[in-house]
Each structure stands twice: as structure tokens, then as C-alpha cells.
Design a protein around this ligand. Structure first.
Ligand code: PRX
Length: 663
């Protein structure tokens, strides 16, 4: 079935409601017919021999300079994929496509934040040329195989060019989110011992120009960085240090047009990506080449059912793993067209995203629950202004999505026609691992789905026994481990072992996530990080579960629940609630909200207090920072707030909590 874009009388219904069950949807016959995968037997078949299954996928999806000698090997807690295979990520992302009809297909459509600036479209050939030249430019700076290169760039196409140019010559990239401060940049560059940093003069955010070079200059102090390459994006007059700083465009002028791709070992490191843990020191998650690319290719293709005529938009910033896999490697490996947007989702107005979807005819849209909740707060009048009928598939990632947000997304963005693919995964897993596939379903609010074919996840209790249907426990991955999984924490093997392979032994990967076995098919509902799980009078209670109940109330836009110490019950939940536009806090409303929670889960979940607040503390990636709320409730210092997107809310929260305590 051909997809229809633009204004059409009756957009295709990609999903149908389950007549037997409430709030369960299945792929429509059109979607089943079109989908790459629609036969459920894939789960059973891949499960019989996952190693052979992945070997076939690696062979079909990617070009290998030399095939591997052995597909999989395990030496707990370590494991390797496609041993002896030779491959290059950049060759697979561009060279392969330029000898096909994809040569002049758009690879990246880039929308700048300023409305009066034209979009940039890079074809696969454009991208190929730029990557080759920049690879040569890097070589001219003395960068070689195995060297680490820091990338501190905003959402401009130079970021994918830089990543793939590193991959082309076998250098290891380490992207640092451009909104991170100089201090965060410094600690990452130091740990990675980066030789070169690629940055920009500045970028647009909410109509203002952010001076990124100033942060970069500060961030490289005391590091091993020898050269800084600067992209001219904002036209800022930034100081350039003679002998150290070089303009991207000038380097590119002199660069030769072709650079031979380095044949990398399948297990050579492709990139390091730092992720924050609770300890403060960021850990460098190491991903290798062959396995990561295999998982990136097939999860992008199957999860989002990407075809040649689709336009895929993953809204994640490149500084996160989602940006790496679904705004760079995955779509480019497939030869798909992706959309990339530079700026803020609600600039100049809260309908910017919806305007972009309408303007370009985005057909697959992948975003995070936190963004959806923000739009819930703005109200449905904003998406209603736009024709979103080009959309076919919606995705979500990053945290458990509550029922309210799911349904809002489903009806107000997807028009009740599009499946929502709720993908569970982590920086550590490289690619998605648990979600329903578009052609198979089911699509159920708050339930992510099943393990991706060829992978196995189970839910264990404290003693390592598998829990039954309807029960909760810890989510783990069983071996053979997915090919895209991390291979270590950079320079810290002890931490790798301790974090992921100690709780249940060295042959079981511990995800740190709580989960519930939803049904006999082993669909899974995620319950949030285990460090956010409370014990209330001995009962295990996920904060996410209470939050879902809270946001089920029509007045609630967002909610965060954390444990507060309780002398008899050990811990009790307290709720921080942001109300929707048009609602005012009141005692009656508080009672109503609390009653809703008790009704949905039971009396143990009853929040001890409800704090109505204007905003919740969030990281720059938009995740609610419950650590701050937990500390507040415990009366402990809140600690470092510099990584917050909105540090100013902390004072309001402190006052609210103190006010309640003195009552
Ligand atoms: O708790 C899970 C949550 O995000 C964590 C991983 O965070 P990060 O490494 O930043 O990667 C996020 C993007 C892949 C997980 O341990 N998480 C991620 N996706 C989901 C989720 N929780 C529930 N549902 C999801 N779909």
C-alpha cells in the first residue's frame, strides 16, 4: 500500500481498536500489509537460535569488508559479536548509497530555528562528500585510528558529518550535549583524553544566540585537547587562538575529496558516550562497531517501519544515545530521509513542532514523554492548527509514559490513527530493546511491549526467580546479549562489572529498571529506575505508578512522586504536581487527586502530601530530577543543581516543603 501524503480526504487508519478490550489497539490490515515485520512467529523463530538470527541480520543489513570468523563469544561479564569481521560505519552510512538510486535522495532535511532562514537539504551524495573531506581534515590535524575526538555541537548537520568522519578514519567520537556547561565538557574530555574538539561559534535557542565557543574555551582548559575546529553557525565574532583554533570551512577548503574508509574490527570502539550516574562522576559508555551498527540498522527499520518514502523525525538531541542511534546511525544506514531541527520545540510559539510536521510531511515521529507532557500543558489547540495527516507512526522513549500522555499523543497528534511505539532502552543498550513492532502490536498505553526479536528480557524477584504474569520485579537481559550492548565503561572495568553484572551474577545484565509482566505473551510495562522505587510499609511501589494515577486526573499536567521518610511505614510517597492551565490549587482538589491514587492503586500508594508547584526540576534532557525532590523530602542538601534546565525552581520547592513542615 502506497502511503499518501498531504491533504487527503480520509487519512489511512494504521491501527484498529480491539473490540474485546478497552484501550488496546492492533495494526490495521493496511499497516500489516506494509510493515517489514507482521508475522508474530518471528519471536519464536529468532528465539530458537538468536546468534544465527543476528548473523543473518548483520549480513543482510550491512556491508562487511570481511566476514567474521565467529559470530558470538562470551567470557563473562564480557562478550563479543562478529569476531574478526571488518566493517566501517561511514562506508555503510554513505558510500553504499551513492552507487544506488539513493545517491541524490535527501539524507538530512535541516530546519533552522530562525523562521526567516532557509532549510538546508543534504543529499546522500552531499553527505558523502562532506564526510570524506572532513575525514581528511581530521587526518591533517594528526587524528588517527583509536584517537578520541570530542564533539560539542548543536543540532546542525555538521554534527553527523563530524561523527561519521571520525568513524571513517577509526577515531572514537565522544559527543557532549551542547547545553552542558563548560565543567561538564571538561570532565568528559579529560576522561576520554580527547585530542581534538569540534564545536561551533554559537547557535540559536529561543531566538537568542548562545555563545558555544566561550563554553568550549573554558571547557578545554586543563585537558589534552590540542586543536579546536569551529563551525561558523551563528556569525559570532569569537576569539580564535592562533595555532589551536581552526575554522571548519577553512579546513574543508583545502581537504581532498576522497578518504579511504578504515577497515575496522567489529569489536573496535565506535564511540564513547558519557552518561550521568547517581555518583556525580559521568561514566563513559563504550560502544563497538559491528554489533552496534547491526542493532541500529534493524531496530530503526523494524520499530519505525521505515520505507523509502518516509520522512523520519527523531527529536532527540545528538548529545544523547537516542540522537546517536536514531538521528544519525540508524536512519543513514537505512538510506532513509530524516528531519533535523535546530531549536526549541515551542519557539516562537508552542506549535513549532506541529508546523514542521505539516511543512515537510513528516510520517514517523519519535519523541519523549516529557515533551508530550509539556504539550499537554499548552493545550490541544496548538496541534489542532495543523494538518498532521502525513503521520503514520509515533514513537516515545526515555521514561515511562503515563496513560494520560499516551492517549493525548495518540489522539491529538496521531489523530487516533497511528500506533505508538513505546521503546524501552538505555545508553548502555545502544539501540531499542523492548517495544511492540508496528505490524504486530499490541499498542497499549503504559505497556512498552516485548523483547526485540533475538533478545531476551525477563523480570526477576530479589532472589533471582522469574516473577509471574501481573507481578513486578527487576528487568534483566539474558545472554546472548544484544549486539549493540555496551562493552564496558571507559577505563573502569570494575564499575562495569559492579553496575551491570553483579546483582544477578556475571551472566545476567541488570538494567536497574523495575518492570511488570503484563500478560502471557510477556509484554512488559516499565516501572522506572529501581532507585526510584519506594518501599511503603514493605510494599514495593514504583513512583511511576503513582504518577500515572495522578496524571490520570484531568487537572494534572505533570507529577513527580518521591519517597519521604516515615517512622512507621519506612517510606511514604509524596507528590509534586503541576496543574494544567486553568486549574487552581485547592484543598478540595488535593483530596480529589489523592482519592484518585488510592482508587487506582490502593491505600499504600496514598500520597502523604501533595505540593502544587509551577514546575519540576528537570535535567537538560528533560528528565525530572527526582534526586532533588528526594533530598528535599529527607531534609538533606539538594547538592549540585548546575545540570538542571531550570535551577530556579529549587527555591520554590524548598519554600513549599519548608512551609508544609512548619504547619
Ligand atoms: O529507566 C529507563 C528509562 O530510561 C533509562 C535509560 O536512560 P538513558 O540511558 O538516558 O536512555 C534513554 C534513552 C534510550 C532506562 O533505564 N527508559 C528509557 N526508555 C523507556 C524508559 N522507561 C520506560 N519506558 C521507556 N520506553
Amino acid at each position: 500500500m502506497e502511503q499518501k501524503h498531504g491533504k487527503i480526504a480520509e487519512p489511512i487508519k494504521w491501527v484498529v481498536e480491539d473490540p474485546e478490550r478497552k484501550e488496546v489497539w492492533w495494526p490495521s490490515p493496511e499497516l500489516k500489509k506494509r510493515a517489514w515485520v507482521s508475522d508474530e512467529s518471528i519471536y519464536e523463530q529468532s528465539g530458537k537460535d538468536p546468534i544465527a538470527f543476528w548473523a543473518a541480520l548483520a549480513r543482510e543489513g550491512l556491508h562487511w569488508f570481511k566476514e567474521w570468523d565467529k559470530t558470538y563469544e562470551q567470557d563473562p561479564p564480557y562478550f563479543r559479536w562478529f569476531i574478526g569481521g571488518k566493517i566501517n560505519a561511514s562506508y555503510n552510512a554513505v558510500d553504499r548509497h551513492i552507487s544506488t538510486e539513493k545517491r541524490y535522495k535527501a539524507a538530512i532535511i535541516w530546519e533552522p530555528e530562525p523562521l526567516d532562514e532557509p532549510a538546508r537539504v543534504l543529499t546522500y551524495y552531499d553527505l558523502y562528500r562532506e564526510i570524506n573531506k572532513f575525514a581528511n581534515a581530521l587526518k591533517s590535524l594528526g587524528v588517527g585510528k583509536g584517537d578520541r575526538v570530542g564533539i560539542y555541537l548543536p543540532m546542525i548537520p555538521e554534527v553527523q558529518i563530524a561523527m561519521l568522519a571520525c568513524a571513517r578514519i577509526g577515531a572514537i567520537h565522544s559527543v557532549v550535549f551542547s547545553a552542558f556547561s563548560a565543567d561538564s565538557l571538561r570532565s568528559r574530555l579529560m576522561d576520554a583524553e580527547a585530542k581534538v574538539l569540534i564545536t561551533a561559534d554559537g547557535y540559536y535557542r529561543r531566538g537568542k544566540i548562545i555563545n558555544l565557543k566561550a563554553e568550549a574555551d573554558e571547557g578545554i582548559k586543563g585537558t589534552t585537547v590540542e586543536k579546536v575546529v569551529v563551525v561558523k553557525r551563528a556569525g559570532l565574532n569569537v576569539p580564535m587562538l592562533e595555532g589551536r583554533d581552526l575554522w571548519w570551512h577553512e579546513l574543508m577548503k583545502g581537504a581532498a575529496a576522497y578518504c579511504e574508509p578504515e577497515p575496522m574490527d567489529s569489536e573496535d570502539t565506535l564511540f564513547i558516550l558519557y552518561t550521568s550516574g547517581t555518583t556525580g562522576k559521568p561514566k563513559g559508555v563504550v560502544h563497538t562497531t559491528g554489533g552496534y551498527l547491526t542493532q541500529a540498522y534493524w531496530t530503526t527499520k523494524w520499530d519505525f517501519d521505515i520505507h523509502d518514502d518516509d520522512l523520519f523525525w527523531c527529536t532527540a538531541d545528538i548529545g544523547w544515545i537516542t540522537g546517536h542511534t536514531y538521528a544519525c546511525y540508524g536512519p543513514l544506514l537505512l538510506g532513509a530521509t530524516m528531519l533535523m531541527y535546530e531549536g526549541a520545540p515551542d519557539y516562537p510559539e508552542p506549535d513549532r513542532w506541529w508546523a514542521i510536521i505539516e511543512k515537510y510531511g513528516v510520517s514517523i515521529f519519535y519523541t519523549a514523554p516529557t515533551a508530550i507532557r509539556m504539550f499537554v500543558k499548552y493545550g490541544e489547540e496548538w496541534p489542532r492548527k495543523h494538518d498532521l495527516s502525513s503521520l503514520r507512526i509515533l514513537g516515545t522513549v526515555g521514561e515511562p509514559i503515563d496513560r494520560e500522555a499516551w492517549l493525548w499523543y495518540f489522539y491529538n497528534i496521531g489523530g487516533g490513527r497511528c500506533p505508538i511505539i513505546d521503546t524501552w532502552w538505555q545508553t548502555e543498550t545502544g539501540g531499542t530493546l523492548i517495544n511492540s513492532l508496528p505490524g504486530i502490536g499490541p499498542f497499549i498505553p503504559t505497556v512498552a511491549g516485548r523483547s526485540f526479536p533475538g533478545t531476551r528480557h525477563v523480570v526477576l524477584d530479589e532472589n533471582g526467580r522469574r516473577v509471574g504474569v501481573g507481578e513486578t520485579g527487576s528487568l534483566v537481559q539474558l545472554s546472548p546479549f544484544a549486539p549493540g550492548m555496551l562493552r564496558g565503561i571507559y577505563k573502569d572495568p570494575e564499575r562495569y562489572k559492579e553496575l551491570y553484572f553483579s546483582k544477578y551474577g556475571d551472566e545476567i545484565y541488570y538494567t536497574h529498571d523495575g518492570a511488570k509482566v503484563w500478560d502471557e505473551t510477556y509484554n512488559i510495562r516499565l516501572g522506572g529506575r529501581e532507585d526510584d522505587v519506594m518501599k511503603v510499609a514493605g510494599h514495593r511501589l514504583a513512583t511511576a505508578e503513582v504518577e500515572t494515577a495522578l496524571t490520570d486526573h484531568e487537572a494534572v499536567a505533570e507529577a513527580a512522586v518521591v519517597p519521604a521518610p516515615h517512622e512507621i511505614k519506612g517510606e511514604v510517597p509524596v507528590a509534586f504536581v503541576v496543574l494544567k492551565k486553568g486549574w487552581e490549587p485547592s484543598e478540595a482538589l488535593e483530596k480529589e487527586i489523592v482519592a484518585k491514587v488510592v482508587k487506582a492503586i490502593g491505600p499504600t500508594a496514598k500520597p502523604q502530601a501533595v505540593f502544587f508547584v509551577h514546575d519540576l526540576p528537570k535535567t537538560r534532557s528533560g528528565k525530572i530530577m527526582r534526586r532533588i525532590l528526594r533530598s528535599l523530602m529527607k531534609g538533606e542538601p539538594v547538592g549540585d543543581t548546575t545540570t538542571l534546565m531550570n535551577p530556579e525552581v529549587v527555591e520554590e520547592l524548598k519554600a513549599r516543603v519548608a512551609g508544609a513542615a512548619s504547619k
